[in-house]
Design a protein around this ligand. Structure first.
Ligand code: DOR
Length: 306
């Protein structure tokens, strides 16, 4: 499997297929299962300063081509979560799987505090700047504003030694502008994309929206072409590595993201379509393609730009 080894941000990963934030990342045991099924890294659910119960049920609904979710960033708060992270980290060490700590906050001060606490317990930090700030619904997020994004990234970079990657929202006019800002602020990498929308589904029997929060972010197969275009645009604007995410369920999907410019990928909704085994399956499918075509991963990353 050496064909899938990669070094990103100075870290060795056994393969480029990671678990995305928010999916199965709440408990150590769920993450261990993902790790045992071949993920190269696992990402936690986004953690904030204080405990947050999240939005009312239902928080997720299946739609054509994917899911809508409005979980509302439920989490136990950073101080409570550290024990869980330590447990996760121990389990992951044995399996040679890296741990990405996803964090959120409503401003740079909150991000700074959470980053300081989590840094020594994870291999890298992913800044969820694509979540709604100021406690709102699915309105604006930090990642829609270049200055706010820059401020959060540079503040966190100032207080941590572990690599810091910023997860971007596709819900912007110019993704290149945001990508350039976070690179400028010192981000070691970019994850793209968070969920698209928001979208909404109505139950015509009850004449009411289905989601407790009324609307939510779209994930899954239908968002893949949009995610690919975002990765393609970001690759053309920055030098730092990109982790592609958005509707990846097969090795061909992952390869498409790589060709657009992603060095690694994350799988979220895909777990619902293909089960825990999806990580091993995607890795096998990527290897098979590379061997058949006599290519290395580095040959395909960003190759459509040539
Ligand atoms: O789609 C999302 N849902 N993206 C996030 O960043 C947060 C999450 C949630 O908890 O609602």
């Amino acid at each position: 499997k050496d064909i899938l080894n990669l070094n990103l941000f100075g870290i060795d990963f056994k393969n480029p297929v990671f678990l995305a934030a928010g999916v199965m990342g709440e408990t150590g045991s769920a993450m261990r299962r993902i790790a045992k099924n071949g993920a190269g890294a696992v990402c936690t659910k986004s953690i904030g300063i204080e405990k947050k119960p999240g939005h009312n049920n239902p928080t997720m609904v299946e739609v054509e081509g994917g899911f809508l979710n409005a979980m509302g960033l439920p989490n136990p708060g950073i101080d409570e979560y550290i024990d869980e992270i330590e447990y996760i980290r121990k389990q992951m060490k044995d399996l040679n799987v890296k741990v990405i700590g996803s964090i959120y906050g409503k401003n740079e001060k909150e991000f700074e505090k959470v980053a300081e606490t989590i840094a020594e317990h994870v291999d890298l930090i992913e800044l969820n700047i694509s979540c709604p700030h100021a406690g709102g619904g699915y309105g604006s997020s930090i990642g829609q504003d270049c200055n706010l994004s820059h401020k959060v990234v540079s503040t966190v970079k100032n207080v941590t030694k572990v690599p810091v990657i910023a997860k971007l929202t596709p819900n912007v006019t110019d993704i290149k502008e945001i990508a350039t800002s976070v690179e400028d602020a010192g981000a070691d990498g970019i994850t793209a994309i968070n969920t698209l929308g928001p979208g909404m589904v109505i139950d015509i029997e009850s004449k009411k929206p289905i989601l407790g929060n009324i609307y939510g972010g779209m994930s899954g197969k239908a968002v893949k072409p949009i995610a690919i275009k975002n990765v393609y645009d970001i690759y053309s604007a920055v030098e730092i590595p990109i982790i592609g995410v958005g509707g990846i369920t097969t090795g061909s999907d992952a390869i498409e993201f790589m060709m657009a410019g992603a060095s690694a990928v994350q799988v979220g909704t895909g777990v619902y379509y293909r089960g825990y085994e999806i990580f091993n399956k995607i890795n096998d499918e990527i290897s098979e393609y590379l061997l058949k075509k006599e290519l290395k991963m580095s040959d395909i990353i960003g190759c459509v730009h040539n």
